[in-house]
Design a protein around this ligand. Structure first.
Ligand code: ADP
Ligand code: MG
Length: 344
């Protein structure tokens, strides 16, 4: 190899960037569904084959993409969601980096089809070659967008090696769908695997409909043992459902935590939750919960990691103490004999 400096080809640059966001079928689906939600979709349909390794298809009824914008949607650093650095301070959308579609189409065979109206007519774009040249063709499509992703990592064997069995990849996809389903009760969502229906969750934002969805996602036994909580203090609100200690788990598989609607993993949060459950659970048992923390968007930074699973709280102590206090009190209330003084 000569040491002459050369610009990377667009495809190669995208493949390198893909390393950060596209790990497996589940991460592709997460990105596609977030795009659909950002487009205002109220119905999300996901179909996968072979755990998503062979094929992923996400269809939405969102606002669609203009013909002229379709090639741009596949280009790197092209986004309709932010225009200036200041916009980052208050991103309301799930995406904003403009990397997902470019990354995915550099490591799989991706077709993007979209329509902006009810004419039944739309356009389809695919990007090919080292320059990721976009080709546009007319295509039939209802209002909304479909993304078809086949043969993930077909051209990057080193990455393909890290894919696990169909079953494992399916489980990750299923988990991604569940996590998303519990973040947007107002959106209907379905999943089909190898032609068979797995989930078909109807939209509805009333308490009854929400609890029906929680039961569908976490199982009816969770809901039967769940305490509903809703606590508000110093600008923080925590609401959702926690299972009574009797319904503990051998794995941490029923733990859903959202900060301002985003599913996150965070040290401050898990520490507070663990401590709140510490004296009601046997060693080695895991709590089950579906919890939503709401706080001023300005007091939490979501732009920490490309996959946006992580957040940074401006006042971690306050959040920690609020979570611990709220959960501890809710759990104390169900332990007769150990009841704490209840605040009014
Ligand atoms: P980002 O979401 O960070 O903007 P993406 O690569 O995921 O970057 O998407 C690029 C652009 O394509 C988006 O900004 C949006 O304008 C458009 N787009 C992608 N998916 C959809 C969709 N399902 N519906 C409407 N527009 C979409
Ligand atoms: Mg996106």
């Amino acid at each position: 190899m000569s040491d002459k400096i050369q610009q990377l080809s667009p495809r190669l640059a995208n493949q390198i960037a893909a390393g950060e966001v596209v790990e497996r079928p589940a991460s592709v689906i997460k990105e596609l569904l977030e795009n659909s939600l950002d487009a205002g979709a109220s119905r999300l349909e996901v179909e996968i084959d072979n755990g998503g390794i062979k094929r992923i298809r996400v269809r939405d009824n969102g606002k669609g993409i203009e013909k002229e914008d379709l090639p741009l949607a596949l280009a790197r650093h092209a986004t309709s969601k932010i225009h200036a650095l200041e916009d980052l301070e208050a991103v309301a959308t799930l995406g904003f980096r403009g990397e997902a579609l470019a990354s995915i189409s550099s490591v799989a065979r991706l077709e993007l089809t979209s329509s902006r109206d009810d004419s039944g007519k739309g356009w389809q774009v695919v990007a090919s070659g080292r320059d990721m040249q976009a080709q546009l063709n007319p295509a039939a499509h209802p209002r909304g967008t479909s993304v078809d992703v086949r043969d993930l990592f077909f051209n990057t064997p080193a990455r393909r090696k890290f894919l696990r069995t169909e079953k494992t990849e399916f489980n990750r996809v299923d988990d991604t769908i569940k996590r998303l389903a519990l973040s947007r009760f107002d959106v209907s969502i379905s999943l089909r695997h190898n032609g068979k229906g797995v989930h078909n969750l109807r939209a509805g934002s009333g308490r009854v409909e929400m609890e029906r969805r929680v039961a569908q996602v976490c199982g009816p036994a969770f809901m039967q043992n769940a305490l509903h909580i809703d606590v508000e203090r110093s600008g923080l609100r925590l609401w959702g459902w926690v299972a009574e200690p009797a319904f503990s788990r051998s794995q941490a598989d029923l733990q859903f935590f959202y900060v301002n609607g985003r599913a996150i993993r965070d040290k401050v949060v898990s520490h507070a939750v663990r401590r709140a459950f510490a004296d009601v659970l046997y060693h080695g048992r895991h709590p089950a919960f579906v919890l939503y923390l709401e706080l001023d968007p300005a007091s939490v930074d979501v732009n920490v990691h490309p996959t946006k699973h992580e957040v940074r709280f401006r006042d971690g102590r306050l959040v920690h103490d609020f979570l611990f206090g709220s959960l501890h009190r809710a759990l104390a209330d169900v332990r007769p004999g150990q009841r704490e003084e209840t605040e009014q």
